[in-house]
Design a protein around this ligand. Sequence first.
Ligand code: GO6
Length: 312
Amino acid sequence: MSKSKVLIVGGTGYIGNRIVKESLAQGHPTYILMRRELGYEIEKVQMLLSFKSKGAHLVEGSFSDHQSLVDAVKLVDIVICTISGVQYRSHNILLQLKLVDAIIEAGNVKRFLPSEFGMDYSRLEHVLEYGKETFIDKMVIRKAIEDAKIPYTYISSNCVAAYFAGNLSQLGTLMPPKDRVKIYGDGNRKVVYIDEDDVATYTIKTVDDARTLNKTLYLRPHKNILSHNELVEKWEKLSNKTLEKVHISDKDFLASIKDVEYNFQAVLARIYLIYYEGRLMNFEIGEEGEEASEIYPEVQYTQMDEYLQRYL
Ligand code: GO6
């Protein structure tokens, strides 16, 4: 069977660029949307040209040109969108409604993977008041996909390591702390960490897999399910240094959310749900999903002690 053709929208981003590389590596004819608005964004243009030299096809288009999206989508079997959601207030995620419209009109797409790649908001029975509306956008996209009966897979990748493990989950930095580490509550809730390269590996592996059609693929590699305390302990062993632990009570953490700007509130709200409430691991996957390391046991995923070595 020949490999399906894949279009990546967001191919220069933090997750998207890895998916492009993995799609090429796994032998898929790989197409990347090159937005006309790129203009002078020179790093992105150069990255796209380097992907082109490795065999990717650059497809020019724009979210403000419906026909260009239809034409792009018609070239492929699979559409993967990794558009960023982290500037919550700009509602970037909702741009995908235009992609959904294009997929409906084109009518040829075998599977759409919208930009999820985080926690599964559909499994939250409640969220915080802070940043409440920022949990809605991805659900709006899901509804549009399901109403249109577009075949889909949602990827729930949990905590990507560069944001959550390399800094030992300390806010405002991407490097590990030197002397003192803040621990959220008692530090015992289970959190799932994942190397972003492994996000790409599992994502591309699943695009032609009938087992994940119209389901969510949860990335929960079992050796990477760690409490905050366990993550810190791994770093202490590697660096051969003991850090001072400062426990932040849930009350103090919640109080601190009040005074920060909106976008940061949305970040803190997620940290709260993950580290104080343990929302990544407090539900069974069940019939709606599959677990990646279970259905792809051949993938040698990166464990966090190995990942952390780059920070030594
Ligand atoms: C990642 C972050 C962590 C930012 C999700 C700064 C959506 C999700 C796990 O942009 O708002 O240290 O699920 O110093 O569904 C940001 C966001 C996290 C990164 C969270 C994210 C995760 C978005 C930081 C930091 C721990």
